[in-house]
Every structure is written in structure tokens, then in C-alpha cells.
Write a protein that binds this ligand. Structure first.
Ligand code: SAM
Length: 325
């Protein structure tokens, strides 16, 4: 695969006013194996642009602002962005989802990362746009960090809503849908199999046995336990986590790596139109997938770009990112 290539500012049709030729550049570069494109622009506009250029994606992860109507400030207060009201986010997502329908491959999937504020409303919106038949899972990502509420239960999870693009077929790499450890990294508890006995069969194969409701179930002892829709083995980024870039609301690399391994076909293309510090783009780049990222905040694009440069090294020293206004 070629190193990351971005379209130079001069090639941007919005700037030059030339519509012919520039589209070809984008199309040609993507089909020629370009790994990634980073747009400093609005999610809806970026999606429209991809549609005009007939660019298709296999998987979209997005972690939009959570509708908390407040300012998010990063470590050392050097970077921030302002969240919007729940209504504003829902209107924005309505346009984003409607646009995505036109750029997804038929076996593609969309995963939207939310918390309790908008989780229920966005699910209804996605049902409306993508159909309830295409709802596949609501993944609960639970973690230990965060506040200690005293007047209600402390909120300790985010929601990942997964929709496929059709109800019959979607890409899902079940081989990768396993926990890497039988132990929860944070809580130290055993996951899944703590109540199973291991026995050897006549052919020496080891299986784990569990009895439930009068039935006996056997599991291959050599294989990792399957992931369920509750993930509690990936930690939130702690204040001093070396992975932290200083960009507020940055998500853990391991969360994105897991999602991409399961949902993106070999050589597939990943989109993230609220990419922030670029965690999904970094995970895509390191896993050998192509990617398209966008964020309206130039600070976010700077951080994301620097992270990408670290992976791709010298090969991208003279590139510029694509500015879409
Ligand atoms: C929750 S953060 C994403 C964090 C990211 N997942 C990470 O790991 O760093 C949401 C991002 O959406 C961006 N954003 C807000 N409105 C946008 C819009 N209309 N188009 C594109 N990006 C937008 C914000 O600038 C912010 O960086």
C-alpha cells in the first residue's frame, strides 16, 4: 500500500473553482491505494463530497459531540471544543446519517458512540433512517473512571449503536470477536468462564463444560471466550495515560482497534467524520485499512495529523491536509 497521500490545498476545487480534474485526483488517488485523507471540515459537507466523487466506505465509526451543551477542554487547557445542545446534535446527525446511506457499501456497518444523554434518541433516529431491521447491537462499553454521583448511581458506561446497511448480509469477523484475555484488565475478575470446569475428551481435546437449565454446554478450551455486547475489559484513558494527546474526549486506541478488526473487511475503507484526535484513523492506518477522517476543528486535525505522521514517518513529510470549506 502507498503511504498516506492527501490532496494539496491547491487541488481543492472549492479554492480553485475548477471542478474538472480535481475530482479525478481524489478518485484516482483513493483507487490507486491511498491510505488516508483528512478533511478539516464539516461532517455533512465531507460526506456530500465523497458521494459526489463516488467514494464508498465499508465501516463508519463516529463519536459525535454528546449534546452536553458545554465546553470540553483538554489537558493543560491548550485545546478545546464546544459541544452543542441535544437538539442541535440530533439535527446534525439526521443529516449525517441521511448522507451516509449514499456512501456505504452494501455489507457495510455504522457504529455510533454515545452516552446516556443522546443514546435513546439517536437509536430512534437511526431506526427511522436505517430501519429497525438493520439494528444489530447496542454495545455497552463500561469503565471505572469518572465521577462519583451521590444522588443517583454513577454513570459508568458509553453506548455503541451498531447498524448494518441491510438486514441479510454484513461483514462481521467472528474470529476476531473474542476477548483477548479471560481476565478483566481493570477489575481483575475472570470473564465468562469462572464457573466452567475444564475436562479432557477421549481424543485429548480439552473442553470447558457448563450446565444450565438441565442442559450441558461444551466450549473449546483452546479458544478465547466470545465477546458479548458488554465490554468491560478496555479501560478509559486515565489523566496521565501515555496515549493521551491532550485533545478532550479522546477515546482509547484499543477500543477502536477492536471495532475495526471485527467490522472492516481486508483492505476496506473506514470513515470517521467526527475524528477528533484521530484515534480511529490511527487504528485504521496501523491495521492496514484505508481511512477518511474529518473534523470541523482545526486543532483536532492538527493532533490527528501528527499522530498519523508518527506512524507513517518520513513518507508523508511534504503533504498537506485537505481543507473543505
Ligand atoms: C467526541 S469528539 C471525538 C473524539 C475522537 N473520537 C477521539 O478519539 O479523539 C467529537 C468531535 O466532533 C467534532 N465536531 C463537532 N461538530 C462537527 C461537525 N459538524 N463536523 C465535523 N466535526 C464536528 C468536534 O470538533 C470534536 O472533535
Amino acid at each position: 500500500m502507498k503511504p498516506v497521500i492527501t490532496i494539496h490545498w491547491e487541488d481543492c476545487p472549492q479554492k480553485t473553482g475548477m471542478n474538472t480534474g480535481n475530482f479525478e485526483i481524489l478518485d484516482h488517488q483513493l483507487s490507486a491505494g491511498t491510505k488516508g485523507l483528512l478533511f478539516n471540515g464539516d461532517a455533512v459537507k465531507t460526506i456530500e463530497y465523497l458521494k459526489e466523487n463516488d467514494i464508498r466506505l465499508d465501516f463508519v465509526y463516529m463519536d459525535p459531540p454528546f449534546g452536553k451543551n458545554k465546553k470540553f477542554t483538554g489537558r493543560n487547557r491548550e485545546m478545546e471544543y464546544t459541544d452543542k445542545s441535544p437538539d442541535e446534535i440530533l439535527s446534525l446527525l439526521y443529516m449525517v446519517f441521511s448522507g451516509l446511506k449514499g456512501i456505504m457499501n452494501p455489507k457495510g456497518s455504522i457504529v455510533v458512540h454515545l452516552d446516556n444523554v443522546l443514546g435513546a434518541s439517536v437509536r430512534l433516529l437511526m431506526d427511522y433512517i436505517f430501519s429497525p431491521e438493520n439494528f444489530r447491537n447496542q454495545i455497552i462499553w463500561s469503565y471505572k473512571s469518572g465521577g462519583r454521583a451521590t444522588r443517583s448511581y454513577p454513570k459508568k458506561y458509553d453506548i455503541l449503536l451498531w447498524y448494518s446497511m441491510n438486514k441479510r448480509e454484513w461483514f462481521f469477523n467472528s474470529e476476531e470477536s473474542v476477548t483477548e484475555s479471560t481476565k478483566c484488565l481493570e477489575c481483575g475478575q475472570k470473564l465468562g468462564r469462572n464457573h466452567m470446569k475444564t475436562v479432557a475428551l477421549d481424543n485429548n481435546k480439552k473442553v470447558r463444560v457448563i450446565k444450565s437449565a438441565g442442559k450441558t454446554y461444551y466450549y473449546d478450551a483452546e479458544k478465547h471466550p466470545l465477546l458479548t455486547d458488554v465490554w468491560n475489559d478496555i479501560s478509559h484513558l486515565h489523566q496521565l495515560d501515555p496515549e493521551r494527546t491532550g485533545y478532550p474526549t479522546q477515546k482509547p486506541y484499543n477500543l477502536l482497534k477492536r471495532l475495526l478488526k471485527i467490522h472492516v473487511p481486508p483492505g476496506g475503507a473506514v470513515g470517521d467524520f467526527f475524528c477528533g484526535s484521530g484515534t480511529s484513523l490511527v487504528a485504521a492506518s496501523e491495521s492496514g485499512f484505508r481511512w477518511i477522517g474529518a473534523d470541523i476543528n482545526p486543532d483536532a486535525c492538527d493532533v490527528a495529523w501528527k499522530r498519523i505522521l508518527k506512524i507513517e514517518g518520513e513518507s508523508v513529510s511534504e503533504v498537506d491536509r485537505f481543507i473543505l470549506r
